[in-house]
Design a protein around this ligand. Structure first.
Ligand code: TXA
Ligand code: MG
Length: 324
């Protein structure tokens, strides 16, 4: 299959391009599109046939459920029997935005979408391109647009690296803003369980739900074991950074250092490439660094000491780094 790449304005998406992409989705094809978190790989949520193609293209286990993306709250009515009060509160406060909410599903939602579970994950992305697309198609099932086990894509180039020739089209609107996936809260079990820390800071959820919010162990770990081509070492202090660098250089390994703050330049060897890790409150370049390091054949990725008392999305980012 030849994959089409269509440039689209990230703020005011051109209608003809959105219509072309919507026609492909309605024709049960796969289209990658930008969201405010990462690129998603979309299929018509009401079609098992279309959704099954996602699992094939990504090499994703069929038991791993997909988030259904909507552009209007009314679209949720076709997916769940009822919207509990807490869910409605969260939707009104945080949608559109990087919060996915898991609720008991209607039976009509294809089991393929739910990975056979009784619940369904709901997300209303804030990106104008995603919203315009879903306005034309109705609910779209979409995981991140990477091969299973690889970092989520932040650009159309990242999507190309993983899925070229396997999907119908990519809507290219440049880099996604946040660079980390949505935060996921599971409200289907009568509790407030965070399954994944992500783009919506935990503190903002706690402000609404209080301290009943629980973070599951799975949420901290399982979801983020990436298959990277290099070894990741997180240094606890400056001394360790110096000795690790020296050790791997003597071993003749291709080394890169990821630094979250300036200040280590004086100890970094000139032959070693350096990535600046953005630990800002609202965006992250971690996945772009991982992909670039792989692309350049880095064998050892050394992280300089990381601050431990992070808040906001930096906390979610730190969770991911610690899992590498
Ligand atoms: O920001 C995001 O959430 C991106 C963009 C494209 O929207 N999407 C995304 O999808 O990260 P994905 O499939 O890569 O990650 C969604 C996670 C999966 O790990 C899946 O297991 C979990 O959400 N999930 C989805 N539906 C679920 C359900 N009904 N019960 C439990 N977990 C669910
Ligand atoms: Mg994913």
């Amino acid at each position: 299959m030849v994959t089409e790449y269509w440039k689209v304005d990230p703020v005011k998406p051109e209608l003809d391009i959105i219509m072309q992409a919507a026609a492909l989705i309605q024709d049960l094809q796969l289209v990658a599109f930008p969201t405010e978190t990462v690129y998603g790989l979309g299929a018509l949520a009401s079609s098992s046939e279309a959704v099954a193609k996602i699992f094939v293209a990504k090499g994703r286990p069929t038991k791993n459920p997909l988030l259904v993306h909507v552009s209007k709250k009314e679209q949720v009515d076709s997916l769940v029997e009822e919207i509990p009060e807490t869910a409605s509160l969260l939707m009104d406060k945080f949608w559109p935005g990087p919060l996915s909410i898991i609720l008991p599903s209607r039976k009509e939602v294809p089991a393929t979408v739910r990975g056979g579970k009784k619940s369904v994950g709901l997300r209303m992305p804030a990106h104008p391109v995603a919203r315009a697309l879903i306005d034309h198609t109705g609910p779209v099932a979409a995981p991140s647009a990477n091969l299973s086990g690889r970092p989520s894509p932040l650009t159309a180039e990242h999507v190309r690296a993983d899925l070229d020739g396997k999907i119908a089209a990519v809507l290219d609107a440049g880099s996604t803003g946040i660079g980390l996936e949505s935060t996921i809260i599971d409200l289907s079990q009568g509790k407030y369980q965070i399954l994944r820390l992500g783009g919506l800071p935990l503190e903002e959820l706690q402000q609404v739900l209080g301290d009943k919010v629980q973070i599951t162990e799975k949420g901290r770990g399982e979801l983020f074991r990436y298959q990277t081509g290099f070894r990741v070492i997180i240094c606890q202090n400056e001394k360790e950074l110096i000795s690790q660098q020296e050790y791997w250089l003597i071993q003749g390994k291709k080394l890169a250092i990821v630094s979250s703050k300036p200040g280590y330049q004086h100890i970094i060897n000139k032959s070693v490439s350096v990535y600046d890790l953005d630990l800002g409150q609202d965006s992250s370049n971690l996945y772009a660094i991982l992909r670039d390091a792989e692309h350049h054949g880095i064998e050892i990725l050394l992280f300089s000491p990381l601050p431990q008392n992070l808040t906001g999305i930096s906390q979610a980012l730190l969770e991911r780094i610690n899992k590498l």
